[in-house]
Design a protein around this ligand. Structure first.
Ligand code: B12
Ligand code: SF4
Length: 489
């Protein structure tokens, strides 16, 4: 058996295709194959490769194998696989024995049945290993004989992932790599679609493994920029203690960005850790500055306290970029109160950047997915005071639900968002951005501090995109040459 892992974790807009974070889920597939002695390599960012080069590289790598496998890893979107449909169909013609697997996505995409031989839905390492070992797959069965799902994800088997990179991944100091501090989130917010939320005992990563990883990446490839891939990095204070232990053990100063819950930083111990950690950037999910709306979304309802915590955090670590998502469309607000709150955030500088998203209610348009991938609000909109006015098929496998509540609806909300964004732009406040983009801009060498980020946002975004395009071109040139030189037949 010989496996070519094809990975893509950028989708859609310039902002996301400007991101040079490496897909660590795909590297976990490589790690598990290596530990079994199965020859494999990883082609990253497949949708950015020239199609001919991609096709030649896949065929050159796999053609000497009697049992060739392509393992697709597209955890951010099923849709992106369609962009290389013709390449894969051509490969199937040239290599009739090839088997194509798709893993890591949160739902089964029926439209890919002509292309993919086996689908492993969701957090799927346990399924993948069972399949590799030829085990009985009935515990993962679905109505389709070649589609498998694990409805009882065991966080001890899946384990928090630490990126696994080899020389032929051609990492440069401008790439961002990452790791998980733990697996699962203890909370259960009503609008959240993180499949491993409400996990009673999240499995935590040990600090020595993270230290070894960061040291190795820094010594060998000059890596300094790291994503924390957890959905929440402070649901358990131990995650922050681990992070501090790692930081203190390193002989370089890592730049870190991740998701956190703001109100947990109200605790004395978390504030002390925050002050010592001096994170590069944090993304919060404050979602609203209206107390009644926060309560309806299963968040802490004490907005005054949240504002006090934000001010304290800025004072304790002024160089950390503090960003947050704000949801437009929660009940208990009005157009005026929403716009006032956005204005307040910018005028009182409660945050350094924010991103507004209109409340999205939806379900996969698929007959196989993990129920937890659907937020409680999407599963029971009426319970939360939303009337569904229309359902729309979106991007093949998604059913978007248009909603209405007592003060707005999903279409009118778009116009309110535009008004809020226009105000933010008029006062030069970064909108549509989070700590992840900030770290990305830093890795690309186009910004180094929060005040510059706030003043020159637009120029920084543009320059970062052109750096990202260059990084990717260098990457696919080197990777394709490596394949050509090492796999002559
Ligand atoms: C960090 C993060 C971001 C960051 C960085 C993104 C980037 N690419 O640079 C930011 C904030 C920018 C972001 C943005 C978005 N994100 Co995001 N993000 C995450 C997050 C929290 C971590 C991703 C990660 O690295 N996970 C760690 C790895 C180890 O897990 P994994 O990728 O799932 O892989 C595991 C398995 O799936 C499996 N696996 C993976 N590949 C394969 C392949 C095979 C063959 C097999 C067998 C197994 C396998 O192995 C891994 C280990 O078990 C995830 C949620 C989560 N906790 O995973 C959401 C998540 C991936 N994001 C999501 C979405 C929707 C987005 C956005 C589209 C949001 C938006 N509407 O704009 C954008 C698009 C980003 C883009 N790249 O284009 C969804 C994707 C859902 C889907 N597939 O339909 C997720 C799952 C969150 C959710 N539940 O809704 N995101
Ligand atoms: S929104 Fe964040 S804190 Fe809430 S359940 Fe989801 S991952 Fe956990």
């Amino acid at each position: 058996m010989k496996v070519l892992i094809l990975s893509e974790n950028t989708v859609g807009t310039d902002l996301y295709s400007g991101n040079t974070y490496r897909n660590i889920g795909a590297t976990d597939v490589a790690r598990r194959l290596d530990s079994r002695g199965i020859e494999n390599t990883l082609i990253d960012w497949f949708s950015h490769w020239p199609k001919d080069l991609l096709q030649d590289s896949i065929i050159t790598y796999l053609k000497d194998s009697k049992d060739p496998i392509i393992a697709l890893s597209t955890p951010f979107s099923n849709h992106v696989t369609y962009s290389i449909e013709n390449v894969l169909l051509q490969v199937k013609q040239e290599l009739p024995h090839v088997k194509i697997l798709l893993g890591g996505n949160r739902y089964f995409e029926k439209g890919l049945l002509n292309l993919v031989d086996y689908f492993f839905v969701g957090r799927s390492m346990e399924i993948f290993e069972a399949w590799l070992d030829g085990e009985d797959m009935s515990r993962f069965a679905t109505p389709y004989p070649n589609v498998f799902i694990n409805r009882n994800v065991d966080v001890n088997i899946e384990k928090p992932v630490i990126g696994y990179f080899r020389d032929n991944d051609f990492i440069t100091s401008k790439d961002i790599v990452g790791f998980e501090l733990g697996l699962g989130c203890k909370f259960n917010c009503s609008f959240c679609s993180f499949d491993l939320r409400n996990t009673k005992n999240p499995l935590l990563q040990q600090s020595e493994y993270i230290t070894q990883f960061m040291e190795h990446m820094n010594n060998k490839y000059g890596s300094e920029h790291f994503y924390l891939a957890d959905d929440t990095c402070n649901d358990d204070t131990q995650k922050l203690r681990t992070l501090l232990e790692v930081k203190n053990n390193l002989d370089f100063d890592p730049k870190l960005a991740g998701f956190y819950r703001v109100e947990l930083f109200g605790k004395q111990e978390q504030q002390e850790l925050w002050e010592q950690l001096k994170l590069t950037g944090v993304s919060f999910g404050i979602e609203t500055l209206e107390s009644s709306s926060a309560k309806l979304a299963n968040k802490s309802g004490n907005v005054d306290k949240t504002v006090d915590i934000l001010k304290k955090l800025k004072q304790l670590s002024p160089e950390t970029l503090i960003s947050s998502g704000i949801i437009l469309g929660l009940r208990g607000e009005s157009e005026q109160s929403f716009l006032n709150n956005i204005k307040r955030i910018a005028d009182e500088k409660l945050l350094d950047a924010l991103y507004i998203s209109v409340l999205e209610l939806g379900k996969p348009n698929s007959d196989v997915y993990d129920d937890n991938y659907v937020s409680d609000m999407s599963a029971n909109p009426e319970k939360y005071g939303y009337t569904i006015t229309e359902e729309e098929d979106f991007r093949v496998s998604k059913k978007l639900m248009h909603w209405k509540n007592e003060w707005t609806d999903s279409k009118s909300a778009l116009a309110i968002r535009d008004k809020a964004d226009a105000y933010l732009r008029s006062v030069n406040f970064p909108t549509g951005l989070s700590s992840f983009e900030y770290l990305n801009f830093m890795a690309h060498g186009v910004v180094s501090n929060v005040p510059d980020m706030m003043t020159y946002t637009h120029q920084i975004e543009k320059r970062s995109l052109s750096v990202a395009n260059k990084i990717r071109k260098e990457y696919y040139t080197k990777k394709s040459e490596w394949i050509k030189n090492n796999h002559k037949t």
